[in-house]
Design a protein around this ligand. Structure first.
Ligand code: RB5
Length: 142
């Protein structure tokens, strides 16, 4: 299950992500926002992060205008490793090295073609399970 959240700056791109997940038959839970009306990204970042932290959802995808504010919000929640990715290399590396569990993007930064490729890579790349990466991730929590 993928937890989804966005603000007004990420709303349009999130509709593309939802269409992609539906086409691929990937289950998701949408935490909003549900319109382009101005709203506060910390609310959605926190709600998605909580759903990932409490294991209701395996991964989260968060989108605001830049991806920055909503990633800051998500990373305040213990157990969440939110990664802001606007390229395919970062999306792959953050799964392999950081075991990132939340993907953040900026709806005003990337177009839908690149964004959906980033989503595909993020959701389909496994954590390396290398000792050094496990050690470094555990250091983030302490
Ligand atoms: C909203 O205008 C914008 O500030 C927000 O979407 C995001 O970019 C914040 O980091």
């Amino acid at each position: 299950m993928i937890a989804l959240g966005c603000d007004h700056g990420g709303y349009d791109l999130m509709q593309e992500v939802i269409a992609y997940l539906e086409e691929k038959k990937v289950p998701y839970k949408n935490f909003g926002t549900d319109s382009k009306a101005s709203c506060d990204y910390p609310v959605f970042g926190k709600n998605v992060a909580m759903a990932v932290a409490n294991k209701e959802c395996e991964f989260g995808i968060l989108i605001c205008g830049t991806g920055i504010g909503i990633s800051m919000a998500a990373n305040k929640v213990a157990g969440v490793r939110a990664a802001l990715c606007h390229d395919c290399f970062s999306a792959e590396a953050t799964r392999q090295h950081n075991n990132a569990n939340v993907l953040c993007m900026g709806g005003r930064v990337v177009g839908p073609g690149l964004a959906l490729k980033i989503v595909e890579i993020f959701l389909n790349t496994e954590f390396s399970n290398d000792d050094r990466h496990i050690r470094r991730i555990s250091m983030l929590e302490n």
